[in-house]
Design a protein around this ligand. Structure first.
Ligand code: ZN
Ligand code: MN
Length: 505
């Protein structure tokens, strides 16, 4: 039991948190779900609208097949059954950012049902059930930053969303956090969504309640739904807060129970780090769901493009690919994960290996060299635009000790501004490693002569000997302008210092 749980309860009381998630994922289409309006972030308000998404009378929606195709792809990756027959329903509610007064969604015949997502965690992989994933359109946006009035931007109305509903299988805020990040990874990996938090492309609504056991009897608190969280951090913090709040409310009043109190909709106040009661939750019948008479049903089997997506084998997913990178290339889990953070970069790595790069050296360069350059340019490694062949060639040079690992950084930076191979560039920069023993001996002797203090430390202070050896090796690299092989320099330093020690003895 966690420290949190112990400190909050009286003796004789235990509890567990029950969490289900609803996640809205924006699908990566060019246009909206039922009209041809473009989807762009931060466009001039109300510039991306037409009679259909403005909800003008008589305007007729037409389904965007690409959105359905992407939904099938993600649904399959979530191990869902894809319905052969799905339909569209109107979910009625009245709100200024919903001009039709209903949202087109899927009620009793969702496109995807009954799947799961495996989520890695501290206690191994946890399987989270997916109850359903259905398509629906987004509403617009109310803007409250003008005193005395609310502005409405309808650019976002009609944006295709896949609403994914999990089973209440999650048991902690950390696990919910891991689920959300894993889902983002999956959706971006499959190019189903851009998955950008900044652009509001993923929104999370945890359902939380507690099962509290006192004297062998279990009590359940009312479920609260925390609306519209737009960051992973908020998901974790809101669930942690809600766990504490529900326990305290139950301890203060034992009739705070599921069935006796209504379900609650709560909002997350990020500034105060608390959830706040919004309104008691509607029941499904309040929405007056009914089939949309303006749209035909989705029959996957009768649509060649959708059937094609359904039959396409699922791409190798990030979790499996990470394990394969470790097994096949001998990479550490951390290195594999860093490379796999972006699919195009992972693909580039594999092409570099195919082009002859030694995998372990190439992986180190991806993590230590290429990712730093990518960060400097605010891009991903793949977006640096360096061909797999040249990336592979540089890794090979380090493997063969033609350049040192540190000199490779300079060569890599030079590769960004040139189409030449790393061998040519290293030659030009004078970074080809010198294997000449005589020259190496000169550099080592010079470093030792100029740094008597470090030598003394190695001889007299075993605790600091390693650090001083490293320092001397660095000096050799400096004196040689990076041309020395650091491994061999280290060996020679150790040999020379041992010689000095013998003299002293
Ligand atoms: Zn439109
Ligand atoms: Mn929804």
């Amino acid at each position: 039991m966690s420290a949190l749980k112990r400190s909050m309860t009286e003796p004789g009381i235990t509890f567990r948190t029950i969490i289900g998630l609803e996640v809205h994922v924006q699908l990566r289409t060019k246009t909206k779900l039922f009209c041809g309006c473009l989807l762009e972030f931060a466009a001039l308000p109300n510039s991306l609208t037409c009679p259909v998404c403005l909800g003008l009378p008589g305007a007729l929606p037409v389904m965007n097949r690409e959105a359905v195709r992407l939904a099938i792809r993600l649904g399959k990756a979530l191990n869902c059954t894809i319905a052969d027959f799905a339909k569209w329903d109107r979910k009625s509610y009245y709100y200024p950012d919903l001009p039709k007064n209903y949202q087109i969604s899927q009620y009793d015949k969702p496109l995807c049902q009954e799947g799961w997502l495996d989520v890695p965690g501290e206690d191994g992989v946890g399987r989270v059930g997916i109850q359903r994933a259905h398509l629906e359109e987004d509403a617009g946006k109310n803007i409250h930053d003008t005193p005395g009035c609310t502005l409405v931007d309808l650019n976002r109305t009609g944006t295709p969303l896949l609403e994914i509903v999990t089973r209440p299988d999650l048991t902690s805020a950390d696990q919910a956090y891991a689920f959300c990040t894993e889902l983002q990874k999956l959706a971006t990996y499959l190019s189903v969504s851009e998955g950008s938090m900044q652009k509001g492309q993923m929104r999370f609504e945890p359902n939380v309640n507690l099962a509290i056991v006192r004297d062998g009897i279990e009590y359940r608190t009312p479920i609260s739904e925390i609306k519209n969280l737009n960051s992973f951090k908020a998901v974790r913090a809101a669930i942690e807060y809600e766990t504490r709040r529900q326990l305290q409310d139950w301890m203060a009043d034992n009739s705070y129970l599921f069935g006796e109190r209504p379900h609650e909709n709560r909002g997350w106040n990020d500034g105060r780090q608390v959830t706040e009661l919004q309104r008691s939750k509607e029941q499904a019948h309040d929405y007056r769901y009914f089939p949309d008479p303006d749209l035909v049903s989705v029959e996957v089997g009768r649509n060649a493009a959708l059937q094609g997506e359904l039959n396409r084998p699922i791409d190798e997913l990030p979790v499996a690919r990470c394990l394969r990178f470790q097994a096949e290339y001998g990479l550490s889990a951390n290195d594999a994960e860093t490379i796999l953070a972006e699919r195009a970069t992972a693909d580039l790595f594999e092409r570099a290996v195919e082009a002859g790069a030694p995998p372990k050296v190439a992986a180190k360069q991806f993590v230590n060299v290429w990712s730093k350059l990518a960060n400097e340019y605010r891009r991903s490694i793949a977006e640096l635009g360096i061909e797999a062949k040249r990336i592979g060639a540089l890794a090979k040079m380090v493997e063969q000790n033609t350049v040192s690992a540190s000199a490779a950084k300079t060569v890599a930076a030079a590769m960004l501004d040139s189409t030449d191979g790393p061998d040519f560039l290293a030659e030009q920069l004078g970074l080809i490693q010198v294997v000449d023993e005589e020259e190496l001996a000169k550099w080592v002797d010079a470093a030792i002569a100029a740094n008597e203090k470090a030598v003394q430390t190695i001889l007299t202070n075993p605790k600091k000997a390693k650090a001083s050896e490293g320092f001397l090796r660095g000096q050799v690299m400096k004196i040689s302008s990076g041309k020395a092989d650091p491994g061999r320099a280290g060996e020679l330093i150790a040999k020379r210092v041992a010689g000095l020690k013998d003299q002293e003895d």
